[in-house]
Design a binder for this molecule. Structure first.
Ligand SMILES: [Zn+2]
Length: 121
């Protein structure tokens, strides 16, 4: 009573073998899940319907980890190696706007100081 046995009967897909059958629509052997990386790239891998969607997928554009939650994508990896970073990105990382203004102010101060000194001296 109630013993579960796997019985191959003819081996036809879609046959009513007692399992749940979707009605009113074609069976979808694959599904698409959207993933977003920190850069906002969307990756939509085709996943088999019987495979559980992984939490993280590799971005097809930049190779960074992507998550299913667009608002909170996983943090990018490989920052230490920074193989994907361009010199411009490095510059933006190192010099924030505030830093740039401070550097500019300092430079102007020095410039004025030198002028003043040279005038006096
Ligand atoms: Zn990406």
């Amino acid at each position: 009573m109630g013993s579960r046995r796997t019985v191959l009967r003819g081996g036809r897909l879609g046959g009513a073998s007692g399992a749940e059958v979707d009605r009113g629509g074609p069976l979808q052997p694959r599904r698409r899940v959207s993933y977003w990386c920190h850069a906002g790239h969307e990756t939509r891998p085709h996943l088999a319907s019987d495979v559980e969607a992984p939490e993280v997928w590799e971005c097809a554009v930049c190779g960074q980890p992507s998550g299913m939650d667009k608002e909170t994508p996983p943090a990018p990896v490989g920052v230490a190696g920074a193989s994907h970073k361009t010199p411009y990105e490095f510059l933006m990382m190192r010099r924030t706007e505030a830093e740039g203004e401070v550097l500019l102010a300092e430079a102007l101060e020095k410039l004025q100081a030198t002028r003043t000194t040279s005038r006096r001296g």
